[in-house]
Design a binder for this molecule. Structure first.
Ligand code: NBG
Length: 943
C-alpha cells in the first residue's frame, strides 16, 4: 500500500480498498450529477422545506423550476438573444467579440442557477463556512474553465460551429483579469476552484481593482509598464450587487464614556466611503456547487457632500468623491511615498471592513449566541494583507454589540487563521503607528490592547529569563523603531488559532527561524500546508493532448478530481504506444508555443530543440540572473567549438518570462540583460538554431497555459531557503517538464514523490546557506569571471546599465549566485547528456507527470478543511427529473439578481501611445536611477 499523505483522501485504487471505502466515494455520485444526467430535462432541487413557509406565487415557482437545458438549439438561442438583447447588436454587426461576450453571458446564466441554489443550500443547511480573504485573486480566463467544470465544452463547441464560430477562438477574446500579481494570487484562485469542486461551503473575498497588475511590454529590450484597464471590454462574468453595500469609516477620533462601570468607545470618523459588492460565480468541477468570489469596489457616499455643497465648494466635493473611488482603483499602489502607503492601508481596511460586516450580517440572519460564531465562520488570512480584519472583528463585537473584551477575544481567536507566504524579512508588512492612528484610531487602540495582554503573558512566561526584554521586544506587535510601527505578522500570529507555511521546508523555517520565538511560545499553532494547483486549469484546460491520454488510458475522467489516479499509468511506462502519444502531445504543445512566440516576439524557434523555460516574477532571490549567466556560458562554449562539434550539441531554446516591479531597478536590468543576450545570440550566424534566447512578454495566466505545457526543462533555481513554495514547479512537472532546481520550497517535496533521479538538483542546501553567505565576496572562478568581464565590457548590452548587476554579485552575493554557479553548469551538462538519450528523457518526464497527485490543490484544501477550518462539505442534491408539484415561496430568489449589468467603458485607449516612439534615452534613463533611492515595493517578494 502506498503511503498517502492525508488521511481521508486516498484513492481506493492505491489504498487497496474498494471505491465504497475510499474517501472519494462522493466523487462517484458527483459524476452522475453532471455527466450522466446529460441533456434530460432537469428540475432544480428544493431545500429546507420546513422553513420555507406558504406559497406566494405558484406561477413564479413553476417558471423558475427548471434548469436551462443543454440542447444545442437552447445554447444557440441563448447566445443570439444575448447578442441582440443584452449587447444590442444586430445580425449585421455580430462579430467574434460580441459572440464571445454573449456566449459568456449565456454560460453565466447557467452558473447563476447553480450559484443561487448553492447559496440557498448553504443558508438552509447552516453549516460552517470558510471565508478566504485575499488581496489578490489571479483568476485567469473563465470561459473554458466554466465550460469544463459544467461539462459543456463539447456542446458549446458544436453549437457555435453551426453559427460560424470556433470555440477556441472565442476563448482568445477573453481578457485576463489582472487582479493579482503572482503565486499568492494564483494560489487563491486554485483554492477557490478546489473549494467549489470539493463542495465546501466557502466564499472568497477580495477587491475589484479597476487596474490590475500592469501590462508588460518589451521595447528595445526594456520593460515598459502599461496600465491594464481590464474592464474596458466589460466583464461578462460578474454580477453587480447594488443591493449589497456597506459604509466604511476612516479617520476622526474615538470618544469614551462610562456605562455601568465599563469604558465604552465610540469611533467618530471624519470620512465615510461605500463598498459595493461584485459577485463572481466559481463553479466546481462536475458538481452543481457554484461558490462565490465577492469583490468590493469603493464608491462615494452622500454623507459628507452636503456640507461642501452648501459651502459652495462644488469642486472640493467632487474631489472627495473621487478620492473614495480611488481606493479600489489599482492593485498595489506604489508605496514608496507616504500617500501611496496610506492608500494601501486604506485598501486593506476597506476590504476587511466590508467583508466583516458582510459575514456578521449573514451570521445574524438567525438569532444566536455570539459563541456560535466560530462554529459558523472560519476566516483564512491569505498573508497579512487582510490582517486588519482581526481588530475590526474585535471592534464590532466590543463597541457595536457590547461584548466584554475577553469574550470577544476568545471568539475572534477561534475564527482566524493565517498563512505566511514568504520568509523575506523585508516583505513582512509594517504600518507606522502615526499612519494607523490617523486613519484607524480605534483599531490602533485595539492592537495596543491585544499587545498589552500578550506582553503581560510573555513577561510572566519569561520572568526569570535574562533575555526577557529582548524576547518581549521581538514578540511585541509594536516595533519600537523610528517611526514606531505595527507588525502585522505578529498581530496575525498572536490572534489566530493556526499559522501555516506553504511547503514543508518553508514551514520549518518559520518554526526555527523567522517565527522561532512564537513557535516556542505557541508550539501547537504552527502547521504546514504544502501548496497545490488545480488540475482542471493546469492540465485539462492547458494541455489537451495529455488530458486525452489520461482519460483514454484510465478510461475515465476521474483523474481530474483525484490526481493520484494518474500514478496508475506507471504500468505503461515502457509501453511504446503510450510513450509515443506522450511524445506527440509534448510536440504539439511546443508547436503551439513556437507559433505564439513568433507572433508575440517575432522570433522563430525550432521545435526539435530542448525548451528550457523560467517564468515567474523577476527577483534576485529567484535568480533569473543565474539562468542568464548560464546562457552566456553556453554561448561562449558553442562559439569556441568547431563546426563539427557544434553539430553534435543539443539545441536549446531559453525562454524567460515575468514582470519586474516598476521600482525594482535590478530586476529590470535582468530583463534588459536577457534581451541583450538574445540580440547577440539570435543574430549570430555561427549559432543558428543551436541556441535561441527569448523573453516572453507580459507573463500572465493565459500565456502560462500555453507556455508551461511546452517546456522540456523548467528552471526552479531560487537560493535554498528563499522560495516559500513555488507553484509553477508543480504546474511544469504535471505537464511533463523536468526540474532543473535547488532544494528549495516545494521542489523538495516534488522530488520526494517523483524520485530525485527524475530531476536535476544542484546547489547549496538550506543548512549551508548561512556559512556560504559569509564568503560571498570570494572570487568568481575563471569561467564565471570571464562572463562577468564580458558583461562589464559591453558584449551584452550597454555596460553603463548592466555592470552593476555583476558588481553586486562580485561584492555581496547574498543569493549565492557565484557559489552555486559551478554545480549548476554541471547539472546543465547532465541535462544535455540525458536529452540526447530521448528514451531516458521521456521516461523521466512521464514519471514526473504521473506522480504529482499530492500537488493537486484538492489535497491542500482538504487538509485545510480538516486541520484548520473544521469544515464539512455540503453537496447540492442532484437535480430532480420531475418538477416539484408542491408550491413553495422562494424568499431568497430576488429577480433583480438576474439583471445583466453592462460596463462598457470607452475612451480608455489614449494611453496606447505609440510605444516605438519612446526615445531610447528615456528607456535607458529608466535603468540608471539611483538604485539606493528606489525602495523595493513589498509585492515583489512573490513568485
Ligand atoms: C508567494 C511565494 C511563493 C508561493 C506563493 C503561494 C508571496 C508573498 N509569496 O513561493 O513567493 O508559492 O506565495 O504560496 O506572494
Amino acid at each position: 500500500m502506498e503511503e498517502q499523505p492525508i488521511k481521508h483522501y486516498s484513492s481506493g485504487v492505491f489504498s487497496g480498498e474498494g471505491e465504497e471505502n475510499s474517501g472519494l466515494h462522493r466523487r462517484g455520485s458527483r459524476h452522475s450529477s453532471r455527466v450522466e444526467l446529460g441533456s434530460q430535462k432537469l428540475y432544480r432541487p428544493e431545500f429546507d422545506s420546513a422553513s420555507r413557509g406558504e406559497a406566494t406565487s405558484e406561477k413564479l415557482w413553476e417558471l423558475m423550476a427548471e434548469y436551462i437545458d443543454t440542447e444545442k438549439s437552447t445554447i444557440q438561442k441563448a447566445i443570439v438573444a444575448h447578442v441582440e438583447y443584452t449587447l444590442a447588436r444586430t445580425r449585421f454587426n455580430f462579430d467574434k467579440n460580441s459572440c464571445f461576450k454573449a456566449a459568456a453571458l449565456s454560460i453565466r446564466d447557467r452558473l447563476i442557477e447553480s450559484w443561487n441554489d448553492t447559496q440557498q443550500l448553504f443558508t438552509a443547511e447552516d453549516k460552517k463556512r470558510v471565508y478566504y480573504m485575499s488581496i489578490e485573486f489571479l483568476i485567469g480566463r473563465s470561459m473554458q474553465n466554466a465550460l469544463i467544470n459544467l461539462g459543456l465544452e463539447d456542446k458549446y463547441r458544436e453549437a457555435l460551429e453551426e453559427v460560424g464560430y470556433k470555440l477556441e477562438e472565442l476563448y482568445d477574446e477573453e481578457v485576463d483579469p489582472g487582479l493579482g500579481n503572482g503565486g499568492l494570487g494564483r494560489l487563491a484562485s486554485c483554492f477557490l476552484d478546489s473549494l467549489a469542486t470539493l463542495d465546501y461551503p466557502a466564499w472568497g473575498y477580495g477587491i475589484r481593482y479597476d487596474y490590475g497588475i500592469f501590462r508588460q511590454m518589451i521595447v528595445k529590450g526594456y520593460q515598459v509598464e502599461m496600465p491594464d484597464y481590464w474592464l474596458a471590454q466589460m466583464n461578462p462574468w460578474e454580477i453587480e450587487r447594488s443591493d449589497v453595500t456597506y459604509d466604511i469609516y476612516f479617520g476622526g477620533r474615538v470618544e469614551k464614556k462610562w456605562e455601568n462601570g465599563i469604558e465604552k468607545s465610540n469611533w467618530i470618523p471624519n470620512e465615510i466611503v461605500k463598498a459595493i459588492a461584485y459577485d463572481n460565480p466559481i463553479p466546481g468541477y462536475d458538481t452543481f456547487n457554484t461558490i462565490n468570489l465577492r469583490l468590493w469596489k469603493s464608491m462615494p457616499t452622500n454623507e459628507f457632500d452636503f456640507q461642501s455643497f452648501n459651502q459652495g465648494d462644488y469642486f472640493k466635493a467632487i474631489e472627495t468623491r473621487q478620492k473614495a473611488e480611488y481606493i479600489t482603483s489599482v492593485l498595489y499602489p506604489n508605496d514608496s511615498t507616504p500617500s501611496g502607503k496610506e492608500l494601501r492601508l486604506r485598501q486593506q481596511y476597506f476590504f476587511c471592513c466590508a467583508t466583516i460586516q458582510d459575514i456578521i450580517r449573514r451570521f445574524l440572519k438567525k438569532p444566536r449566541e455570539w459563541e456560535e460564531l466560530p462554529d459558523k465562520v472560519a476566516i483564512q488570512l491569505n498573508d497579512t494583507h487582510p490582517a486588519i480584519s482581526i481588530p475590526e472583528l474585535l471592534r464590532v463585537l466590543v463597541d457595536k454589540y457590547g461584548l466584554e473584551w475577553q469574550r470577544a477575544w476568545n471568539i475572534c481567536y477561534k475564527v482566524f487563521s493565517y498563512t505566511n507566504h514568504t520568509v523575506m524579512p523585508e516583505a513582512l508588512e509594517k504600518w507606522s503607528v502615526e499612519l494607523f492612528e490617523r486613519l484607524l484610531p480605534r483599531h490602533l487602540e485595539i492592537i495596543y490592547l491585544i499587545n498589552f495582554h500578550f506582553m503581560n503573558q510573555v513577561g510572566q512566561r519569561y520572568a526569570n529569563d535574562p533575555k526577557k526584554f529582548d524576547i518581549m521586544g521581538y514578540m511585541s506587535l509594536i516595533e519600537e523603531s523610528r517611526p514606531k510601527a505595527v507588525r502585522m505578522a505578529n498581530l496575525c500570529i498572536v490572534s489566530s488559532h493556526a499559522v501555516n507555511g506553504v511547503a514543508a521546508l518553508h514551514s520549518n523555517l518559520l518554526k526555527t527561524q523567522l517565527f522561532a520565538r512564537f513557535h516556542e511560545y505557541f508550539p501547537k499553532k504552527f502547521q504546514n500546508k504544502t501548496n497545490g494547483v488545480t488540475p482542471r486549469r493546469w492540465i485539462k484546460c492547458s494541455n489537451k493532448g495529455l488530458s486525452d491520454i489520461y482519460t483514454k488510458y484510465l478510461k475515465s475522467n476521474n483523474w481530474l478530481s483525484d490526481l493520484y489516479e494518474t500514478k496508475n499509468l506507471m504500468s505503461y511506462i515502457d509501453n511504446e504506444e503510450f510513450q509515443e502519444e506522450f511524445r506527440q502531445a509534448k510536440l504539439q504543445n511546443k508547436e503551439r508555443l513556437a507559433k505564439w512566440v513568433e507572433k508575440e516576439c517575432g522570433i522563430k524557434i525550432p521545435t526539435d530543440a530542448m525548451f528550457d523555460i523560467m517564468v515567474k516574477r523577476i527577483h534576485e532571490y529567484k535568480r533569473q540572473n543565474l539562468f542568464a549567466l548560464y546562457m552566456i556560458y553556453r554561448y561562449f562554449n558553442l562559439k569556441a567549438m568547431t563546426v563539427d562539434d557544434r553539430a553534435k550539441q543539443v539545441k536549446r531554446v531559453f525562454m524567460v518570462g515575468g514582470k519586474a516591479a516598476p521600482g525594482y531597478i535590478a530586476a529590470k536590468k535582468i530583463i534588459k540583460l536577457i534581451n541583450s543576450i538574445g540580440d547577440v545570440v539570435n543574430n549570430d550566424p555561427d549559432i543558428g538554431d543551436l541556441m535561441k534566447v527569448v523573453f516572453l512578454p507580459n507573463y500572465c495566466v493565459s500565456s502560462a497555459q500555453i507556455i508551461i505545457p511546452a517546456a522540456d526543462l523548467t528552471e526552479q533555481i531560487s537560493t535554498a531557503g528563499t522560495e516559500a513554495s513555488g507553484t509553477s514547479n508543480m504546474k511544469f512537472v504535471m505537464n511533463g517538464a523536468i526540474i532543473m532546481g535547488t532544494m528549495d520550497g516545494a521542489n523538495v517535496e516534488i522530488v520526494e514523490d517523483i524520485g530525485i533521479q527524475n530531476a536535476f538538483i544542484f546547489g547549496a542546501r538550506v543548512h549551508e546557506v548561512d556559512r556560504l553567505r559569509v564568503q560571498s565576496g570570494a572570487p568568481a572562478g575563471s569561467r564565471l569571471q570571464r562572463i562577468f568581464d564580458a558583461i562589464k565590457s559591453g558584449t551584452f548590452g550597454n555596460p553603463k546599465e548592466l555592470s552593476s548587476l555583476v558588481e553586486s554579485l562580485e561584492q555581496h552575493d547574498i543569493y549565492l549566485v557565484k557559489s552555486d554557479f559551478y554545480s549548476y553548469i554541471e547539472k546543465q551538462e547532465e541535462a544535455d547528456a540525458v536529452y540526447k538519450n530521448q528514451d531516458r528523457w521521456l521516461k523521466m518526464s512521464i514519471t514526473g507527470a504521473l506522480n504529482m497527485g499530492r500537488f493537486s490543490s484538492d489535497r491542500t484544501i482538504h487538509e485545510y478543511a480538516e486541520d484548520i477550518w473544521d469544515l464539512e462539505s455540503v453537496e447540492i442534491p442532484k437535480p430532480s427529473l420531475s418538477a416539484i408539484s408542491r408550491v413553495k415561496s422562494q424568499p431568497n430568489i430576488n429577480p433583480t439578481q438576474e439583471i445583466v449589468e453592462q460596463h462598457i467603458i470607452e475612451g480608455h485607449e489614449d494611453w496606447q501611445c505609440k510605444i516605438d516612439d519612446i526615445p531610447a534615452e528615456d528607456l535607458e534613463a529608466s535603468l540608471m536611477k539611483d538604485e539606493e533611492s528606489e525602495k523595493i515595493p513589498k509585492y515583489l517578494y512573490t513568485s
